[in-house]
Design a protein around this ligand. Sequence first.
Ligand SMILES: [Zn+2]
Length: 588
Amino acid sequence: MSPVLPKDLVARIKEETDIAAVVREYVTLRAAGTNLVGLCPFHREKTPSFNVNPHRQIYKCFGCGEGGDVISFLMKLQGLSFPEALEILARPLDVDLARFLVDNDEAEGERQAFFRAQESAAALWSEAYWGREGAEARAYLEGRGFGQEILRRYDVGFAPAATSWLVEGLTRRGVDRDLAQRTGLVRAGHGDEPFAYFRNRIIFPVRNIAQRIAGFGGRILGEGEPKYLNSAEGPYFSKRELLYGFAMSRIPIARHKTAILVEGYLDQIALAQAGFGNGVATCGTAFTQEQAKILRRGCSRVFVLFDGDAAGIKASVKAAAAALAGGLEPRIGRLPAGEDPASFLLGRDATALTGILESAPGYLQLLRDLAAESGRGREARERAVKRAIEAVAGVPDPIRRALLVDEAAEVFGLARELVGAEVARHAEPPRAPGAAAARSDPAGVGAARPLQPERGLLRVDPATVEQQMLAHALADETGDAAEAMLDLWPDADFALEPARRLHEELAAWREQRRLGGAPPPAGFVQERWHAHDDGFRRLVTDLLTNQEACSTGDHVRVVRDCRHVLEQDRKRRRDSDRTRTRAGGRGE
Ligand SMILES: [Zn+2]
């Protein structure tokens, strides 16, 4: 459940935010008439069909149908909840959203409490790092070549060993012992005495996609086991789904259309310090398809840059396979043996790394190279081919898969037909056609049937006429067309489900109008559309951008005509059903 936010607050955030500026962080836009157009970030395309209308403050893709306002844009692109997207937009506006995001229901209250506790701990540990307690930690990181500025930017901290230090500090910041324990900062011991989870460790706060601190990685200072310790898995901290550094690198990633994937917190910070802003790190675990999908929203290519030893290469191969399966194009940067990205960049020019990335092979080439290097001849090569075929078979996009078949044939010097047949054998069995169609369009917006000839009679498509009627009901700022539609059509028995909901919304608009102070119908619907799903916003943005349909000034008349056409059509359908029944027919 999302918290209830005052409507004028949402309106203010939308008003003061320039949708074009936000979209431009992800999409290159150029002017086209009164609109701005660019390549859609929600589907792959070569010619721009993604439109931003700065006047209406909405976007619409004519390729895939995606549409909405600046809030739904961020929600969709970054996988955020409504309040999370608002929070990001509110930041530069000096709006204190936190005030509104309190205990509206229990789950939200607990969620906020969780993040408040993590952020309080992060602040405490950062103070400690830069204070007396952190002297040894500072000496260690300085010795490894990390400057003050970059460490501050990543909120690096130090957790002293004493549990009482943490508990007292948290209490001072309004996080009581119970909350600290519930959120995993303090653990119950075997006896009665609780203990701090992170002790004597350099702390790396891990932010989620909404830039909240979801948990921590801690590196032991000096000797001890484990060398790295992460926060325990929980509802807000899932290592499979978090990428360290992504909160800061997502914009450079979207800009360069490329990400650099490393394994360690310090590798990631070293990259940023050397000027590679598009780095991300796994939290010391294997790279997953979930993480690949997060990256996939901003870029298509990822450089895998792991340690130069045998274990690092093995992990690179796995990560590259996951990237491929997640729809990314992986290239594998190979560091000299014994080096990791942080050590490699220490004392070297950034161009040294650029050189490695430029010559980084793709997944298939890497498999071939590793087989050749192994010196085990045909056997190793055969294994490499099998591995390549399995990976290619797992690529979801059929076009990419076909191109990769070509590439594999070339890289391994095999006949394309042979590789193609093997890939097909490994590929998943195709889904039932009906199931696939239902999944691809759950809201049924795109399901508008074409005109169907039946018994020599060309029927109208009711969904199309309904949409035309609704478009005019929204276009008429006086509200008369919407009123006319509600009068003529009091029941929301439309063909398409989102249209039925829009009818209900317009009925709600009329209620508010009667009470006084309702905005025009289109404004009213947009104020409330975040409570609905994508299908609903697609329909509404479709209707709002359908300029041609609404060019007439006589909206009320069009509504009446549409209603008439629909009545006639229903009558014809009833008659033909009756005729068929009488003739003993069995329907279609
Ligand atoms: Zn699109």
